[in-house]
Write a protein that binds this ligand. Structure first.
Ligand SMILES: CC(C)(COP(=O)(O)OP(=O)(O)OC[C@H]1O[C@@H](n2cnc3c(N)ncnc32)[C@H](O)[C@@H]1OP(=O)(O)O)[C@@H](O)C(=O)NCCC(=O)NCCS
Length: 335
């Protein structure tokens, strides 16, 4: 490898990201590498990178407050004669503080003309070494059909933890008709029912299959939120409504739907968990309720791909799959 002291115009090899100079060329690289798969979030990130690149020296200050910049700043790039042709970003995952430190690897990209030469592998290995020095697991998401990337992560010791469809129901979707007769008795979960709801989640969202979803490991925290976290949500005008359907004994929870919205945000995020013995009836009851009440707003949900009953019902209620992502984890303890 050429040393870092070499002029940045001729440098070839791997080096840490330099926020002052790299953001604009990285935006170009990411746009090219992800041309086929970029979603709205990705395009927004590219725009933000281009805007931030104009700040130059001010960026290091910003890296403390802006998540996008912080992650890019911790990552590595590959240069060929000064031109950026590869990138890996490392982000600290924002998880409840009692959980083990976890890092996210993202923006893994190599310019099409330089692929197949081991550049991504070297960028990944260096990034994993950097995380090893700080300790903690690494998680990432890969498109289900991206065999090249999957093979790369698999060969580096990452294991798949479940695959989720990202469903989106556009605001223009029609309001579904009310059922002829009530499908189930839907009510709000009370604070004291966290154990019953956690038991349902253990069954339908086991930890080894990715837990509740991306950045939502199966953990009691999400069922029995500490008062301080609940207050912080209220101050930030975030709300979560928990609809449930109880079992006959009134103790078990057989179905649950979390409806999360942030004040002023245009999308509402759903998390649906239904005991398999009570699907499709209870799944339909919940979906009918929420799509009727939230007519005119965008609804999104990540749902495990192997739940065929829910897949059918989500389609019936005019949700559309926009991405299918496999969640992978590299465990620090395996070393
Ligand atoms: C995925 C990507 C980063 C790989 O970059 P790369 O520098 O070509 O990868 P490497 O040369 O380090 O090869 C890594 C592995 O990928 C596989 N691979 C590379 N090129 C391949 C090709 N053309 N066809 C099939 N497999 C290929 C190889 O099997 C290689 O493993 P090996 O070392 O055991 O042979 C690159 O293809 C890319 O930018 N793709 C578009 C963006 C993307 O999908 N990023 C991943 C998001 S999760």
């Amino acid at each position: 490898l050429t040393t870092l002291a070499a002029s940045s115009h001729t440098f070839s090899g791997l080096r840490p990201v330099n926020l002052k100079t790299d953001l604009a060329p990285l935006a170009d690289l990411m746009e090219l590498a992800f041309a086929d798969s970029m979603d709205t979030g990705g395009r927004a990130a590219i725009r933000e990178m281009r805007a931030l690149s104009k700040l130059g020296g001010g960026l290091n200050l910003l890296s403390g407050v802006n998540d996008l910049v912080a992650g890019i700043g911790l990552g590595y790039v590959w240069a060929e004669n000064g031109r950026l042709v590869g990138n890996v970003s490392i982000y600290p995952a924002s998880l409840p503080s009692h959980l083990p430190k976890t890092w996210i690897i993202a923006n893994v990209a190599v310019h099409p003309d330089w692929r197949g030469r081991g550049i991504a592998r070297q960028l990944m290995q260096t990034s994993m070494d950097a995380v090893r020095a700080r300790s903690g697991d690494i998680i990432l998401q890969v498109e289900e059909r991206n065999d090249t990337a999957y093979h790369l992560y698999d060969s580096l010791g990452f294991t798949a933890e479940g695959t989720f469809n990202h469903w989106r129901r556009p605001s223009s979707a029609r309001k579904p008709p009310a059922p002829d007769h009530p499908l189930a008795y839907i009510t709000r979960r009370s604070r004291g029912e966290w154990q019953a709801e956690y038991a349902l989640a253990q069954r339908v969202r086991p930890a080894e299959q990715g837990g509740i979803g991306w950045l939502r490991p199966l953990d009691l925290y999400y069922f029995k939120k500490p008062l301080l976290a609940a207050i912080s949500d209220a101050l930030n005008l975030r709300s979560v409504e928990r609809l449930i359907i109880r079992g006959e004994d009134e103790r078990d929870i057989l179905a649950s739907l979390w409806i999360e919205s942030a004040f002023g945000a245009s999308t509402t995020t759903l998390t649906m968990m239904v005991h398999p013995d009570y699907a499709p009836l209870y799944s339909e009851a919940l979906l009918n309720n929420v799509t009727r009440r939230f007519e005119g707003s965008v609804l999104v949900t990540d749902h495990p791909i192997d739940d065929t009953v829910s897949n059918y019902l989500l389609s019936k209620y005019q949700f559309i799959v926009t991405r299918t992502l496999t969640h992978m984890r590299w465990r620090a303890s395996h070393d």
